[in-house]
Design a protein around this ligand. Structure first.
Ligand code: PEP
Ligand code: MG
Length: 947
């Protein structure tokens, strides 16, 4: 027979520790519950005596479906010791020992596996126990619970078959609740239950206590592989091979009369984190009565009056437990005839607010260090604390009332309640003029919807994914947003949306939860927190900054965003998308004028450039120029220049640029002011130009309508616009004329921007601020692109500083968002002083998935089927896109060791992606201002984990 130890008494935890090596090993061997019961016993806490069968036994059982050699004998031997410790005997009617049999894995899997209580009860024991306790009703109630639990859990009989006899008994007696049942009633129910067992299984309910125990242990082992346990493990990433331990423990009863009771308590308030005991108890009751809410429970403080000595002992024990585990404890206790027993202790689940307060306070109390405190809070919890949210109860109630409407991608966290409108103008109007709380509903959004998005409390779209326009802009502004709710049919023309036959009309109220992606019909109450008022959180984040190596910067376009980012602890601006400013209603006409005249003007500029180049080189079309040729070339250049000067197109083009320049200068000045002393990365124009113009479809319709109605007014302009839009049309604009390509084809736009940036920086410096502009060129894929654009821009910077008579510190760098840029990062780093990973585009181009459409069409299916673990637009794909980044970091730094490296794609606010950025040696991550606090925590956690 094997001499392996399969069973540990609660007071043998030292032996378990010796065998397992450390406490983590003990938890693996005895499960979390068993380890803590042993640990409490060792600490002298009154724990009902018991034993634990190891997870190793469970794993052996899973292979053979038999108890391993020697295990059962060890259980019987240990039970003898438990009998002595309890002063009772298993199966002895004179002084009967009843036990519970509970699962307990290394990681808590609440409610996922089986439990059987009151094992050891049979006809004879029931009589003896009734004599001993003098409480026949309690005994019969306990007995029927055992038959019920063994019947369902162990024998697999349908629960409903046990409900029927109980209902029949109550109906016959006219009872409303179980509380009215008498001893005789329970005895009758027990008999009926036994009958159910006989009918269903063909054998009598086992009277042998050891048989009951054996069946219960097997059932707990089996429950490790129940469907619900397997599903839970998948979701929580708990390995299948851990197995569950089984705890066999002396039953103690809180329903033995007026000097008995039971309760659950937290050592601190799990909602607020206040350091006050929090919990409920009930005299003369069983544990499940407290949880089930059948009877009104008393606040734990009441125990102090009712049983002062017990309360004092309880308080003392819980304080010791908290000091021992150095965390807030969630305990279960029972008082049997005035004696206190602790049945369980574990780290208590808590709200986000409580998590922060408890971690903070425990550092202040000297219980834990700052590093431990940082790891006690999750980035998600910080996120929850900063956005308005619906209460859990509110959401549950709305679901019960059938007000759930749809679910989409949770694109921007927080809750919003408002009246719905289907276009940006109306949204803005109802907000501005009617002072309404509005929610913008669109199939998808475009840059010219931004004014509506800014006015909206929330945004809902039926298309697009986590990096769609709606999602990016919403997160940037902290507007709660749900995108890609593809079950909704949005009928903009008729101003309504429908799902499953339910229709919501314009002006109706909805409640939208950007944290979960859920949408409800009607209004729901919510709460809005304020970071600066949350002193404990601010302190915790300061501690996080002390350990983090990665800095956290923010994506911010406007001075107000920058201001907020700074308040939230951002150490710089990692991305200012300059084009967002172009959409301002007052600027858009000039921007459109610029675009409409860009091509014609550029053609003239290009031909002058060609002629000048020929003159400079002395060669044209492969042959040398004579003096005569040169004279005529000079004349031609002069003519071309005059033509350019007089050209209405060129005048419109340069006129528009001249009007936009001071506006951009103002924007940038505000950013430098808000971020004085800190770096501000300003990205030059990135999107394809057609995005600033009306859509092709709209223009075609408008022109056709004007013609059909015979209206000439405005027709010529529309036709001209249509011609330009058709000229700019590309089948795949995201891969088309945008970013640095625009800088090459239409250089004057970027030149204007760089001049505006440096004029603003110089002015700011002259006014006593400390600007640090970093100019970012988007979409570089080949170093020659950078070589074609950057020198001219650097020259403009120098010219402006010379004109203004002041120098500022500046950098020129590029986004790395094309796979080829990663693979040639060494070459690019020779010219770029910084890299910023644009992981939205890098993911799009690395995977070949459209960032606008993939989530709507197939990405959800991919994630559901497990083809991809996560949506790569939300969480960085380390194996593929991450490797590209790693190559870029390594090769870039080989060429330029002090290369500044950051990330400004949406992944910059995702904890897993932040961890990865730490691992590959980024200097910073940049995310929307609202995510800055959670990113600070994630950066610190990454540093603690990886050094
Ligand atoms: C990116 O591609 O990751 C990025 C930040 O740029 P945008 O989202 O503006 O394309
Ligand atoms: Mg990009």
């Amino acid at each position: 027979m094997s001499d392996k130890k399969w069973v540990y008494l609660f007071n043998e935890v030292d032996q378990a520790e010796e065998y397992a090596g450390d406490w983590d090993g003990v938890r693996g061997l005895l499960g979390g519950k068993g380890a803590n019961l042993g640990d409490m016993t060792r600490a002298g806490v009154p724990v009902p005596p018991g034993l634990t069968i190891t997870t190793e036994a469970c794993n052996a059982f899973q292979v053979t479906r038999q108890f391993p050699d020697g295990m059962w004998q060890q259980v019987l031997d240990a039970l003898k010791v438990v009998e002595e410790q309890a002063g009772k005997k298993f199966g002895d009617p004179q002084k009967p020992l009843l036990v519970s049999c509970r699962s307990g894995a290394k990681f808590s899997m609440p409610g996922m596996m089986d439990t059987v209580l009151n094992i050891g009860m049979n006809d004879e024991v029931a009589k003896g126990l009734a004599r001993e306790s003098g409480d026949e009703r309690f005994v019969q109630d306990s007995y029927r619970r055992l038959v019920h639990m063994l019947g369902t859990v162990v024998m697999g009989i349908d629960d409903e078959l046990f409900e029927a006899p109980l209902d029949a008994q109550k109906r016959q007696k006219g009872y409303k609740s179980d509380a009215e049942m008498t001893a005789a009633d329970w005895a009758a129910v027990t008999e009926a239950y036994k009958q159910v067992v006989l009918e269903q299984k063909g054998f009598e309910f086992p009277q042998d206590p050891y048989k009951q125990l054996e069946l219960a242990v097997k059932a707990v082992f089996d429950s490790w592989d129940s469907k619900r346990a397997i599903d839970y493990r998948r979701r929580e990433s708990i390995p299948d091979d851990l197995g569950t331990a089984v705890n066999i423990q002396t039953m103690v009863f809180g329903n033995m009369g007026g000097d008995s009771g039971t309760g659950v308590a937290f050592t601190r308030d799990p909602q607020t984190g206040e350091n006050v005991m929090f919990g409920d108890y009930l005299m003369n009751a069983q544990g499940e009565d407290v949880v089930a809410g059948i009877r009104n429970t008393s606040k734990i403080s009441g125990l102090e009056d009712e049983l002062p000595e017990v309360y004092e002992q309880f308080f003392d024990i819980t304080e010791r437990l908290e000091n021992h585990y150095k965390d807030m404890q969630d305990v279960e206790f029972t008082i049997e005839h005035g004696k206190l027993w602790m049945l369980q202790t574990r780290n208590g689940k808590r709200s986000a607010k409580a998590a922060v307060k408890v971690a903070h306070d425990m550092v202040m109390e000297g219980l834990i260090d700052k590093k431990t405190a940082i790891n006690r809070v999750t980035p998600d919890q910080i996120d929850q604390m900063l956005h308005p949210h619906f209460s859990h109860e509110g959401v549950e109630a709305a679901k019960k009332e059938g007000r759930f409407f749809a679910k989409g991608v949770n694109a921007s966290p927080g809750a919003a309640v408002g009246q719905i409108y289907f276009d940006a103008d109306k949204v803005e109007k109802m907000h501005k003029e009617e002072n309404q709380d509005v929610i913008m509903v669109r199939p998808f959004t475009k840059p010219d919807d931004v004014h509506g998005m800014l006015a909206a409390k929330g945004i809902l779209t039926s298309e697009g994914g986590a990096t769609s326009h709606a999602a990016v802009v919403a997160r940037q502004f902290g507007v709660p947003c749900v995108v890609g709710a593809s079950d909704i049919n949005i009928d903009v023309a008729n101003r309504r949306m429908t799902r499953d036959g339910v229709t919501v009309h314009e002006g109706d109220w909805i409640s939208l939860d950007g944290t979960t992606g859920e949408v409800f019909i009607g209004k729901m109450g919510m709460t809005t927190p304020d970071l600066t008022e949350q002193k404990e959180l601010m302190t915790l984040l300061d501690w996080a900054d002390e350990v983090a190596r990665l800095q956290v910067w923010a994506n911010a376009d406007y001075p107000t965003d920058a201001q907020r980012a700074r308040e939230y602890g951002a150490k710089g601006i990692g991305l200012c998308r300059t084009e967002h400013m172009f959409f301002d209603v007052e600027r858009l006409p000039d921007v459109q004028r610029m675009i409409m005249n860009a091509e014609g003007t550029q053609r003239m500029l290009n031909s002058i450039e060609l002629l000048e180049a020929a003159l400079a080189s002395g060669r044209l079309e492969g042959r040398g120029l004579t003096e005569e040729d040169k004279v005529s070339l000079r004349a031609e250049i002069d003519t071309e220049k005059t033509r350019l000067q007089e050209s209405p197109k060129a005048q419109a083009y340069f006129g528009a640029l001249e009007k936009i320049l001071p506006l951009q200068r103002n924007d940038f000045y505000g950013l430098f002011e808000a971020m004085t002393g800190l770096p501000v990365i300003i990205r030059l124009i990135d999107p394809p130009l057609h995005e600033f113009l009306p859509s092709l479809e709209d223009l075609l319709t408008e022109v056709a309508t004007l013609k059909a109605k015979g209206i000439t007014e405005g027709l010529a302009e529309k036709e001209k616009m249509l011609e330009v839009v058709q000229g700019l049309h590309e089948s795949n604009p995201m891969m088309g004329l945008r970013g640095i390509r625009l800088g090459i084809v239409y250089p004057d736009i970027m030149k204007m921007q760089v001049r505006a940036i440096f004029e603003a920086a110089c002015d700011a410096k002259l006014n006593g601020f400390d600007p640090h502009p970093e100019i970012m060129i988007p979409l570089t894929g080949h170093v020659n692109e950078l070589k074609a654009v950057q020198p001219t821009l650097i020259q403009i910077a120098k010219d402006v500083m010379a004109e203004k008579g002041v120098q500022v510190n500046y950098k020129f760098g590029t986004m790395i968002e094309i796979p080829r840029a990663c693979m040639t990062a060494g070459e690019i780093a020779a010219d770029a002083e910084f890299f910023s990973f644009g992981t939205n585009d890098l993911t799009q181009m690395g995977f070949g998935y459209s960032r606008d459409d993939a989530e709507r069409s197939f990405l959800g299916v991919y994630v559901d089927k497990g083809i991809l673990k996560k949506n790569p637009f939300q969480q960085l794909d380390r194996d593929g896109i991450g490797r590209l980044m790693q190559i870029a970091v390594r090769e870039g730094r080989q060429v330029r060791p002090d290369l500044e490296i950051g990330i400004c794609g949406e992944h910059g606010g995702d904890p897993s992606s932040i961890e990865f950025c730490h691992m590959i040696g980024n200097n910073y991550v940049s995310c929307s201002p609202f995510r800055v606090p959670l990113a600070r925590l994630a950066a610190a956690q990454a540093a603690l984990k990886h050094g």
